[in-house]
Design a protein around this ligand. Structure first.
Ligand SMILES: [Zn+2]
Length: 259
Protein backbone atom coordinates (compact mmCIF):
# COMPACT_ATOMS: atom_id res chain seq x y z
CA UNK A 1 0.00 0.00 0.00
CA UNK A 2 1.28 3.41 -0.96
CA UNK A 3 0.71 6.17 1.62
CA UNK A 4 0.62 9.84 0.80
CA UNK A 5 -0.46 13.02 2.54
CA UNK A 6 -3.08 15.06 0.68
CA UNK A 7 -4.62 18.19 2.26
CA UNK A 8 -3.64 16.93 5.73
CA UNK A 9 -5.19 13.49 5.23
CA UNK A 10 -2.91 10.45 5.08
CA UNK A 11 -4.35 8.17 2.44
CA UNK A 12 -3.35 4.67 1.36
CA UNK A 13 -3.79 3.34 -2.17
CA UNK A 14 -2.79 0.31 -4.25
CA UNK A 15 -0.57 1.41 -7.18
CA UNK A 16 -0.79 -2.09 -8.74
CA UNK A 17 -4.47 -1.40 -9.42
CA UNK A 18 -3.49 1.39 -11.81
CA UNK A 19 -2.33 -1.35 -14.15
CA UNK A 20 -4.75 -4.17 -13.28
CA UNK A 21 -7.95 -2.12 -13.14
CA UNK A 22 -7.35 1.59 -13.80
CA UNK A 23 -11.08 2.38 -13.52
CA UNK A 24 -11.15 1.16 -9.89
CA UNK A 25 -9.98 3.33 -7.00
CA UNK A 26 -9.53 1.76 -3.54
CA UNK A 27 -8.52 4.22 -0.80
CA UNK A 28 -7.78 3.78 2.89
CA UNK A 29 -8.38 6.87 5.03
CA UNK A 30 -6.03 6.62 8.01
CA UNK A 31 -6.69 8.32 11.37
CA UNK A 32 -4.66 11.39 10.35
CA UNK A 33 -6.07 14.75 9.29
CA UNK A 34 -9.40 14.95 11.15
CA UNK A 35 -10.85 17.16 13.89
CA UNK A 36 -11.68 14.64 16.65
CA UNK A 37 -9.98 14.73 20.06
CA UNK A 38 -8.35 11.73 21.81
CA UNK A 39 -9.06 8.84 21.91
CA UNK A 40 -10.77 9.42 18.54
CA UNK A 41 -7.92 11.51 17.12
CA UNK A 42 -8.34 12.49 14.63
CA UNK A 43 -10.20 11.26 11.54
CA UNK A 44 -12.84 9.18 13.31
CA UNK A 45 -15.59 8.32 10.82
CA UNK A 46 -17.76 6.22 13.15
CA UNK A 47 -20.87 7.53 14.89
CA UNK A 48 -22.10 6.25 18.26
CA UNK A 49 -18.67 5.70 19.82
CA UNK A 50 -18.59 8.71 22.18
CA UNK A 51 -17.10 11.22 19.74
CA UNK A 52 -19.36 14.30 19.23
CA UNK A 53 -21.57 13.87 16.19
CA UNK A 54 -20.57 17.20 14.61
CA UNK A 55 -16.89 16.19 14.65
CA UNK A 56 -17.64 12.89 12.92
CA UNK A 57 -19.66 14.75 10.30
CA UNK A 58 -16.78 17.20 9.73
CA UNK A 59 -14.42 14.26 9.27
CA UNK A 60 -16.80 12.57 6.85
CA UNK A 61 -17.05 15.82 4.88
CA UNK A 62 -13.25 15.81 4.44
CA UNK A 63 -13.31 12.25 3.08
CA UNK A 64 -16.25 12.93 0.77
CA UNK A 65 -14.54 16.08 -0.53
CA UNK A 66 -11.40 14.07 -1.28
CA UNK A 67 -13.46 11.45 -3.11
CA UNK A 68 -15.00 14.29 -5.15
CA UNK A 69 -18.48 12.82 -4.70
CA UNK A 70 -21.77 14.00 -3.28
CA UNK A 71 -22.51 12.56 0.16
CA UNK A 72 -25.62 10.86 -1.27
CA UNK A 73 -23.27 8.79 -3.45
CA UNK A 74 -21.57 7.07 -0.51
CA UNK A 75 -22.94 3.61 0.30
CA UNK A 76 -22.18 2.62 3.86
CA UNK A 77 -23.29 -0.26 6.02
CA UNK A 78 -24.63 -0.72 9.50
CA UNK A 79 -22.24 -3.65 10.07
CA UNK A 80 -23.23 -6.47 12.39
CA UNK A 81 -20.56 -9.18 11.82
CA UNK A 82 -22.97 -11.22 9.73
CA UNK A 83 -23.12 -12.42 6.14
CA UNK A 84 -25.98 -10.37 4.74
CA UNK A 85 -24.95 -8.96 1.34
CA UNK A 86 -27.07 -6.41 -0.53
CA UNK A 87 -26.99 -5.50 -4.18
CA UNK A 88 -26.86 -1.71 -4.32
CA UNK A 89 -27.14 0.86 -7.08
CA UNK A 90 -27.20 4.02 -4.99
CA UNK A 91 -25.58 5.53 -1.92
CA UNK A 92 -27.07 5.80 1.53
CA UNK A 93 -27.01 3.72 4.68
CA UNK A 94 -27.76 -0.01 4.44
CA UNK A 95 -29.03 -1.56 7.66
CA UNK A 96 -27.75 -4.80 9.18
CA UNK A 97 -25.45 -5.73 6.34
CA UNK A 98 -21.77 -6.62 5.98
CA UNK A 99 -21.49 -6.76 2.22
CA UNK A 100 -22.53 -4.78 -0.84
CA UNK A 101 -22.27 -5.67 -4.51
CA UNK A 102 -22.60 -3.04 -7.20
CA UNK A 103 -21.95 -2.37 -10.85
CA UNK A 104 -22.92 1.29 -10.55
CA UNK A 105 -20.18 3.73 -11.50
CA UNK A 106 -19.53 6.77 -9.34
CA UNK A 107 -20.87 5.23 -6.11
CA UNK A 108 -18.31 4.79 -3.31
CA UNK A 109 -18.74 1.60 -1.31
CA UNK A 110 -17.37 2.26 2.20
CA UNK A 111 -16.30 -0.30 4.80
CA UNK A 112 -15.78 0.91 8.37
CA UNK A 113 -13.13 -0.89 10.46
CA UNK A 114 -10.75 -0.82 13.42
CA UNK A 115 -9.09 -4.32 13.24
CA UNK A 116 -11.49 -6.21 10.96
CA UNK A 117 -10.54 -6.31 7.27
CA UNK A 118 -12.15 -4.26 4.53
CA UNK A 119 -12.10 -6.66 1.55
CA UNK A 120 -13.09 -5.69 -2.00
CA UNK A 121 -13.65 -8.13 -4.87
CA UNK A 122 -13.52 -6.77 -8.38
CA UNK A 123 -14.23 -8.48 -11.70
CA UNK A 124 -12.62 -6.16 -14.28
CA UNK A 125 -14.19 -7.64 -17.43
CA UNK A 126 -17.75 -7.32 -16.11
CA UNK A 127 -16.92 -4.35 -13.82
CA UNK A 128 -18.65 -5.85 -10.78
CA UNK A 129 -17.51 -4.67 -7.35
CA UNK A 130 -18.12 -6.18 -3.91
CA UNK A 131 -17.28 -4.49 -0.59
CA UNK A 132 -17.10 -6.70 2.48
CA UNK A 133 -16.58 -6.18 6.19
CA UNK A 134 -14.59 -9.24 7.25
CA UNK A 135 -13.91 -9.91 10.91
CA UNK A 136 -13.43 -13.34 12.43
CA UNK A 137 -17.17 -13.97 12.72
CA UNK A 138 -18.09 -12.98 9.16
CA UNK A 139 -15.07 -14.79 7.73
CA UNK A 140 -15.93 -17.98 9.58
CA UNK A 141 -19.56 -17.79 8.45
CA UNK A 142 -18.34 -17.64 4.85
CA UNK A 143 -19.04 -14.07 3.72
CA UNK A 144 -16.22 -14.22 1.13
CA UNK A 145 -17.50 -17.35 -0.60
CA UNK A 146 -21.04 -16.02 -0.50
CA UNK A 147 -20.02 -12.73 -2.18
CA UNK A 148 -18.04 -14.50 -4.92
CA UNK A 149 -21.01 -16.82 -5.51
CA UNK A 150 -23.41 -13.89 -5.84
CA UNK A 151 -21.06 -12.09 -8.24
CA UNK A 152 -20.92 -15.19 -10.44
CA UNK A 153 -24.60 -16.19 -10.21
CA UNK A 154 -26.28 -12.80 -10.43
CA UNK A 155 -23.81 -10.83 -12.56
CA UNK A 156 -21.98 -13.60 -14.48
CA UNK A 157 -18.66 -12.33 -13.11
CA UNK A 158 -15.64 -14.45 -14.05
CA UNK A 159 -14.24 -15.29 -10.61
CA UNK A 160 -11.03 -16.77 -12.04
CA UNK A 161 -10.31 -13.27 -13.34
CA UNK A 162 -11.47 -11.45 -10.19
CA UNK A 163 -9.12 -9.46 -7.93
CA UNK A 164 -9.28 -9.19 -4.15
CA UNK A 165 -8.03 -6.07 -2.40
CA UNK A 166 -7.75 -6.02 1.41
CA UNK A 167 -7.10 -2.85 3.39
CA UNK A 168 -5.49 -2.60 6.85
CA UNK A 169 -6.56 -5.02 9.58
CA UNK A 170 -5.08 -6.79 12.60
CA UNK A 171 -2.11 -9.16 12.08
CA UNK A 172 -1.63 -12.62 13.52
CA UNK A 173 0.98 -11.48 16.07
CA UNK A 174 -1.38 -8.87 17.54
CA UNK A 175 -4.65 -10.81 17.42
CA UNK A 176 -5.28 -12.91 20.53
CA UNK A 177 -8.52 -14.89 20.68
CA UNK A 178 -10.30 -17.12 23.18
CA UNK A 179 -9.70 -20.88 23.29
CA UNK A 180 -13.15 -21.54 21.83
CA UNK A 181 -12.63 -19.04 19.00
CA UNK A 182 -9.26 -20.60 18.19
CA UNK A 183 -10.80 -24.07 18.05
CA UNK A 184 -13.43 -22.98 15.54
CA UNK A 185 -10.71 -22.13 12.98
CA UNK A 186 -8.47 -24.56 11.05
CA UNK A 187 -5.28 -25.23 13.01
CA UNK A 188 -3.01 -23.79 10.31
CA UNK A 189 -4.31 -20.27 11.00
CA UNK A 190 -4.05 -20.41 14.80
CA UNK A 191 -1.03 -20.61 17.06
CA UNK A 192 -0.63 -21.02 20.83
CA UNK A 193 1.88 -18.51 22.20
CA UNK A 194 2.82 -17.52 25.77
CA UNK A 195 -0.07 -15.06 25.99
CA UNK A 196 -2.68 -17.43 24.55
CA UNK A 197 -4.13 -18.29 21.17
CA UNK A 198 -3.41 -16.09 18.16
CA UNK A 199 -5.48 -16.00 15.00
CA UNK A 200 -3.88 -15.23 11.63
CA UNK A 201 -6.98 -13.65 10.10
CA UNK A 202 -5.27 -12.44 6.88
CA UNK A 203 -4.14 -16.01 6.23
CA UNK A 204 -7.67 -17.32 6.79
CA UNK A 205 -9.01 -14.64 4.42
CA UNK A 206 -6.42 -15.68 1.80
CA UNK A 207 -7.54 -19.31 2.17
CA UNK A 208 -11.20 -18.33 1.86
CA UNK A 209 -10.45 -16.31 -1.28
CA UNK A 210 -8.60 -19.28 -2.81
CA UNK A 211 -11.50 -21.56 -1.92
CA UNK A 212 -13.83 -19.12 -3.69
CA UNK A 213 -11.65 -19.24 -6.82
CA UNK A 214 -9.53 -16.10 -6.35
CA UNK A 215 -5.84 -16.95 -6.51
CA UNK A 216 -3.05 -15.55 -4.33
CA UNK A 217 -1.64 -13.87 -7.46
CA UNK A 218 -4.91 -11.94 -7.76
CA UNK A 219 -4.98 -10.92 -4.08
CA UNK A 220 -3.55 -7.62 -2.80
CA UNK A 221 -3.08 -6.98 0.93
CA UNK A 222 -2.07 -3.59 2.34
CA UNK A 223 0.30 -5.35 4.78
CA UNK A 224 -0.53 -2.71 7.37
CA UNK A 225 -1.64 -4.00 10.78
CA UNK A 226 -4.07 -1.70 12.57
CA UNK A 227 -2.66 -2.68 15.97
CA UNK A 228 1.05 -2.39 15.00
CA UNK A 229 0.73 1.20 13.69
CA UNK A 230 -0.93 3.40 16.34
CA UNK A 231 0.08 6.65 14.62
CA UNK A 232 -1.79 5.59 11.49
CA UNK A 233 -4.61 3.29 12.60
CA UNK A 234 -7.39 2.84 15.09
CA UNK A 235 -7.36 -0.60 16.73
CA UNK A 236 -10.31 -1.83 18.75
CA UNK A 237 -8.21 -4.45 20.52
CA UNK A 238 -5.08 -2.38 21.15
CA UNK A 239 -7.19 0.56 22.41
CA UNK A 240 -9.40 -1.71 24.55
CA UNK A 241 -12.61 -0.88 22.72
CA UNK A 242 -12.39 2.93 23.01
CA UNK A 243 -11.23 4.17 19.63
CA UNK A 244 -12.38 5.50 16.26
CA UNK A 245 -13.18 3.87 12.94
CA UNK A 246 -11.60 4.29 9.52
CA UNK A 247 -13.13 3.94 6.11
CA UNK A 248 -11.73 2.12 3.16
CA UNK A 249 -13.65 3.02 0.02
CA UNK A 250 -13.86 1.64 -3.50
CA UNK A 251 -15.31 3.41 -6.52
CA UNK A 252 -15.62 2.44 -10.15
CA UNK A 253 -14.88 5.67 -11.97
CA UNK A 254 -17.87 7.20 -13.79
CA UNK A 255 -15.43 7.78 -16.67
CA UNK A 256 -14.79 4.02 -17.02
CA UNK A 257 -17.45 3.73 -19.73
CA UNK A 258 -14.99 5.21 -22.17
CA UNK A 259 -12.05 3.00 -21.13
ZN1 LIG B 1 0.10 -6.31 14.34
Amino acid sequence: MYLEEINGLKIGSFPTLDILAPELSVLFFSRKGGVSDPPFDSLNLGHGLGDPQEKVEKNREKVIKHLDLLSKNIAKMDQVHGTNIQIVDSGGPYAKTDGMISKTRGIALAVSTADCYPVFLYAPSEKILAALHVGKAGALKGIIGKAAGMMADEFQADISNTYAIAGPGICGKCYTVSDSDAKSFPCEVTRLRKDGWHLDLPRFITNELEEAGISKEHTLFSNICTSCYPELCFSYRRDKGVTGRHWTTAVISPRSLSL
